[in-house]
Design a protein around this ligand. Structure first.
Ligand SMILES: [Mg+2]
Length: 192
């Protein structure tokens, strides 16, 4: 499965449940913006590894019936493994960590990560997350539907090919991204 196709599935499934999406920096943010932009997507333009933390904060501060998908790369999550005990402690029912795993730092040139040596299922279970693995678009869609509808927290492990899609830069300023997101979030909470 190509990462850009996985991100399109994430966008579609999030949209069908009006879920919040926080997506990490670099090409994945650009790819999601290109294939499934929506106001409830928050694009992290920097801060590698922090979408799982920002997503956790959102899940904890939002009502439990507003789902949050925190999309993080394998390299990003390995930079911020310290968030996992906090996920275990807080155990938000509306939080899913979507680990988009290409076993590489692809935005910076495809340097390999040790992700293939890590038992992510055990990591998820050790931190109180239900683990769902997906290697193609159909299983990813099924996993996301479960994660969005069943009580969390979940880790959705999307195994993807290496390689970046040929997509342009995000043509919104950071201020435009956060303002649009905050307005959409306010409306999402008000409309429930
Ligand atoms: Mg990666």
């Amino acid at each position: 499965m190509r990462r850009v196709d996985a991100l399109k599935v994430v966008g579609e499934e999030a949209d069908s449940e009006d879920a919040v999406v926080v997506v990490h920096l670099g090409f994945p943010a650009r790819e999601l913006y290109h294939v499934y932009d929506r106001p409830l997507n928050f694009y992290m333009l920097g801060s590698m590894g922090q979408s799982c933390s920002v997503g956790l904060g959102l899940a904890l501060s939002l009502p439990d019936d507003v789902e949050v998908l925190a999309v993080e790369g394998d390299g990003g999550l390995m930079m911020n493994m310290g968030i996992l005990p906090t996920i275990a402690q807080e155990s938000p029912p509306n939080y899913s960590l979507v680990l988009v795993d290409n076993s590489a730092y692809d935005t910076t040139g495809g340097q390999p990560t040790p992700s293939e040596r890590i038992d992510w299922k055990s990591v998820a279970k050790a931190h109180g997350m239900t683990y769902l693995r997906a290697e193609d678009e159909r299983s990813l869609r099924d996993a996301l539907r479960r994660a969005l509808r069943e009580e969390g927290p979940h880790m959705v492990h999307a195994v993807v090919e290496r390689g970046n899609a040929d997509v342009p830069l995000i043509d919104m300023t950071p201020h435009e991204i956060i303002s649009r997101f905050m307005r959409a979030l306010e409306k999402r909470v008000k409309d429930r």
